[in-house]
Design a protein around this ligand. Sequence first.
Ligand code: HEC
Length: 212
Amino acid sequence: MKLIKIFALAGLALGGIMLASCEHESEQVHGTTKVCFPSEVLPIMVSNCNMSGCHTGGGELPALSTYNDLLRLVVPGQPSKSKLHKVLTANQISSQFMPAGADPLPKKYMDLISLWILQGAKDLDTSNVQFTATILPIFKANCERCHNVSMPSGGIILTDYTTIKECAVSGRLLGTIQHLPDYSAMPQGADKLCDCNIAEITNWINIGMPNN
Ligand code: HEC
């Protein structure tokens, strides 16, 4: 049963079309994208494991508040061998089960954690940012529907390297996605981009906006 689940996740993760990482209004879409550790996994730990008296690092229980804390509990690429996955999926009446004394985490959180481990249990990493593979898909998934040639909202088109670079150079791009004062918060009417996407775009701008 577990194996079937892992294969299903692997299929979703590897077989799907490439979408911008973190674009996942629905759970199904997430299977094809990269899980963003600081925006998605860490908050689950903070709100379910790291409360007072539990995994804060003060007592004998291991802290669960940083990436390195969690890394000790996972075998990257192998959810079923990972302690983190084992305790979350243990029978609720066993002493292994976590979160102790509470209900099992919702399935969508468990699936997200499994997928994160399966994808290599990575932290936010901007070392490999490339325009075509990393940056453009973020704009396609989150911006293009309102910023294209037939609908250039606010006079701005964000469909290709030239138009995206132009917006970045003006300073408006970072201001809007970081929700800074004096800028319109983008994407309009939707959640803020995840920390990974914002870091990737920021990094791409800082390294001189290569068209690679
Ligand atoms: C649902 C439609 C919609 C989406 C999605 C959307 N925008 Fe916009 N955007 C608008 C509209 C409408 C305006 C003009 C009115 C305004 O400024 O609020 C605008 C204005 C802007 C501006 C100029 C405003 C300023 O303060 O400088 C920038 C830059 C921008 N958008 C970037 C983006 C980026 C980047 C994304 C994707 C991460 C995005 N937008 C997604 C509708 C959208």
